[in-house]
Design a binder for this molecule. Structure first.
Ligand SMILES: *[C@@H]1O[C@H](CO)[C@@H](O)[C@H](O)[C@H]1NC(C)=O
Ligand SMILES: *[C@@H]1O[C@H](CO)[C@@H](O)[C@H](O)[C@H]1NC(C)=O
Ligand SMILES: *[C@@H]1O[C@H](CO)[C@@H](O)[C@H](O)[C@H]1NC(C)=O
Length: 210
């Protein structure tokens, strides 16, 4: 009898020390903190919460950069919430470019599925690490550093899958940060040493004002 009580109390106790296996994002909550979204109730979850099908479709590269990034970050793929991981698909048409950018929140690993991609990053010591990658190659882009990818060899499209060590890597494109907002041109010129013609031209292309 005593044994049964002992076993029972062990079972009850272990119910309180179960690991938090996952925390599928409840995007509808409207709440997001630096550590992610609140969890959906486990009883509401199905296998579909852990899968994402969007990376099977080629992105539309008919745009100014001739490239497309299809994210599977937490906002698209709630299952990665809290797990320190996410992914994206990178389609690069011939001549396509993912312009100089950073992910403030994550290191990136790029895997070339097909084609050739010239990629590089710039360290905080301003050294350039540049590489032309072929099918099957991977390259890592350390967190926060400026980097880019180009289908330079390009007569054919290139495809890469990238993964991140954060469900929410963030994305800041350098030229958009500089030329796609209303920072007064005079201040932009002073703070970047660019001349007025260059600033006006890029603001024109990228939709900046001022
Ligand atoms: C769980 O599902 C129920 C019924 O569909 C819904 O009302 C509730 O908001 C869900 N809760 C969470 C936290 O996902
Ligand atoms: C791709 O984007 C362009 C420009 O926005 C658009 O005109 C075109 O219809 C899109 N193509 C497809 C297949 O969605
Ligand atoms: C991007 O594609 C367009 C057609 O969509 C083409 O006219 C243009 O030359 C391409 N740009 C580059 C840099 O290859």
């Amino acid at each position: 009898m005593l044994h049964i009580f002992f076993l029972l109390s062990l079972i009850l106790t272990s119910a309180h020390v179960l690991a938090q296996d996952f925390c599928v994002a409840n995007l509808a909550s409207g709440i997001v903190t630096p550590s992610g979204y609140p969890c959906k109730m486990e009883t509401n979850l199905t296998s579909d919460d852990f899968a994402f099908s969007g990376l099977g479709l080629a992105g539309n590269t008919s745009n100014i950069i001739n490239a497309s990034v299809t994210p599977a970050f937490v906002a698209q793929y709630p299952g990665v919430n809290g797990l320190g991981i996410s992914a994206a698909r990178l389609d690069l048409a011939p001549g396509g470019v993912v312009p100089m950018h950073t992910h403030p929140g994550a290191t990136e690993l790029l895997y070339v599925v097909h084609g050739h991609i010239t990629a590089g990053f710039i360290s905080s010591a301003n050294k350039v690490y540049l590489k032309t990658l072929n099918k099957g190659d991977v390259m890592v882009f350390p967190q926060g550093l400026l980097h880019f990818q180009i289908n330079a060899a390009g007569r054919r499209p290139s495809l890469a899958i990238v993964t991140f060590n954060s469900p929410n890597p963030g994305l800041q494109i350098l030229d958009f940060a500089l030329f796609a907002n209303d920072l007064p041109s005079s201040l932009l010129e002073k703070s970047t040493f660019l001349d007025d013609a260059q600033v006006k031209k890029l603001k024109g292309v990228l939709g900046g004002t001022g």
